[in-house]
Design a protein around this ligand. Structure first.
Ligand SMILES: [Zn+2]
Length: 151
């Protein structure tokens, strides 16, 4: 599994919600996983990329050139829109519902909406995330994007 966030931000922004908070969450997950008494059944790749706001170059570089990219079977992208609100599952990959089902089983209070998926697919918002790069260039069968701080 690939877990992704980005530590760059748009110009003139501290990038706290987009996307430092997600990097903090991934660091904490990495810390917790490193202290497990039993090893995980499958590997987890933590990708803290640094060129998301600049035409998604880092995710593209990873998925098209890194040797580990061929090992990825599922992808979770932690992103942000806005500066307050609940964590929400925002976009999921087509025709692979098992990751969403695993999320629902594993998370105490799962929260999701189809609004983000519909809005991004419609093209109304002239913005994009690493989600699209992994979907379009990675040929990875499952994707899940979680957004923090959405309204
Ligand atoms: Zn972002």
């Amino acid at each position: 599994m690939l877990a992704n966030c980005h530590f760059d931000s748009v110009a003139n922004s501290p990038g706290a919600s987009d996307d430092a908070v997600s990097c903090s969450v991934l660091l904490e997950a990495l810390h917790s996983m490193s202290n497990l008494s039993t090893p995980l059944q499958h590997a987890v790749i933590f990708l803290f990329n640094g060129a998301e706001e600049n035409i998604l170059q880092a995710s593209h570089g990873f998925i098209t050139q890194h040797p580990w990219a061929k090992l990825v079977r599922a992808f979770i992208n932690l992103e942000a829109a806005g500066v307050g609100g609940k964590e929400i599952v925002f976009q999921t990959g087509p025709e692979n519902p098992w990751l969403v089902q695993a999320y629902v089983r594993a998370v105490k209070h799962p929260f999701a909406s189809v609004v983000g998926q519909e809005v991004f697919q419609s093209g109304i918002i002239p913005s994009d995330t690493d989600f699209r790069i992994y979907r379009d260039f990675g040929n990875i069968p499952v994707f899940l994007t979680a957004v923090y701080d959405m309204m």
